[in-house]
Design a protein around this ligand. Structure first.
Ligand SMILES: NC(=O)c1ccc[n+]([C@@H]2O[C@H](COP(=O)([O-])OP(=O)(O)OC[C@H]3O[C@@H](n4cnc5c(N)ncnc54)[C@H](OP(=O)(O)O)[C@@H]3O)[C@@H](O)[C@H]2O)c1
Length: 248
């Protein structure tokens, strides 16, 4: 059996298990009531640039509380003031402590230090990882992450987080009108993760802003969730499933 055959088998059995687990959570609402469709979530955003501010604004519109953070609190305060409502600003530590669920949307090179600084706050929390490793921007860490696979690499850099990769390979400017473009079929959002609970909450947040969540497999499949792979760009859910099945 080749390494690819192994991943293929692992992916198939993973999708069976995760499908049952996520379906079960959605039906039972227990023990993860906070993630149920009725309750608004507290979302901590680490990195409030193009992706972070766009998703934060969309989640505010969906009724959640959002704390934005970066290395420049004054920018986040201005952003929160502009967006109003349940928007607020804090340091990365405050945002990580605030969120029931976190979004990391920083250059990949920032992850090692953030993982160390925020270790206590991120432990056990669902974390959506939108970060991509680019060698030209992020240096050696990106070479390492690409070799390891972005999903497993991020999990190592953010230990204790219940990581889900999502929003990695679609331009931030395309996010606000996801729900409006294809009347019959939603645009799919390919996602990868190992934790059913984290996948459930991330799926909710994906769905609420107009995409159809499509779990392509465990975090090891996160290696395909970067720009430049066949999954990048906009695809329907079925197309994403077909592409994912052909990848390993
Ligand atoms: N742009 C896209 O369409 C897109 C799509 C998918 C995925 N991504 C990925 O998402 C991530 C963010 O991309 P972006 O385009 O949103 O970048 P961006 O516009 O440059 O925003 C990055 C944000 O991270 C903050 N930041 C940087 N270093 C930080 C640190 N050490 N601690 C805390 N905050 C820090 C920046 O603010 P300060 O500099 O003020 O700290 C800024 O708010 C990247 O990994 C990118 O590859 C981007």
């Amino acid at each position: 059996m080749t390494a690819n055959d192994g991943l293929k088998t692992k992916r198939r059995s993973f999708l069976r298990i995760i499908g049952t687990a996520v379906g079960g959570l959605a039906l039972s609402g227990l023990p993860y009531a906070a993630y149920g469709a009725a309750a608004g979530l507290k979302i901590g955003i680490i990195g409030s640039g193009r992706i972070g501010s766009t998703l934060g604004e969309l989640w505010l519109k969906a009724g959640h509380e959002v704390m934005f953070s970066s290395r420049h609190l004054e920018n986040d305060q201005a952003l929160a003031a502009r967006l109003g409502g349940k928007a607020r600003a804090g340091t990365p530590k405050e945002a990580a402590a605030f969120g029931d669920v976190l979004l990391f949307a920083v250059p990949y090179g920032a992850l090692p230090a953030l993982g160390r600084e925020l270790a206590a706050e991120i432990k056990g929390k669902p974390v959506i990882d939108a970060c991509n490793p680019f060698v030209g921007r992020d240096g050696e860490i990106a070479t390492w992450a690409r070799a390891k696979g972005a999903g497993l690499a991020s999990a190592e850099l953010l230990p204790g987080a219940r990581l889900v990769r999502a929003f990695n390979a679609i331009g931030y400017a395309r996010l606000p009108d996801a729900g409006e473009r294809k009347a019959g079929e939603r645009i799919g959002m390919p996602m990868a993760g190992d934790d059913a609970d984290a996948i459930a909450v991330a799926s909710r947040l994906v769905r609420e802003i107009g995409f159809e969540p499509v779990v392509i497999g465990p975090l090891a499949m996160g290696r395909y969730l970067i720009p430049g792979t066949p999954l990048a760009g906009e695809h329907g859910p079925e197309e994403i499933r077909k592409i994912a099945a052909s990848l390993n």
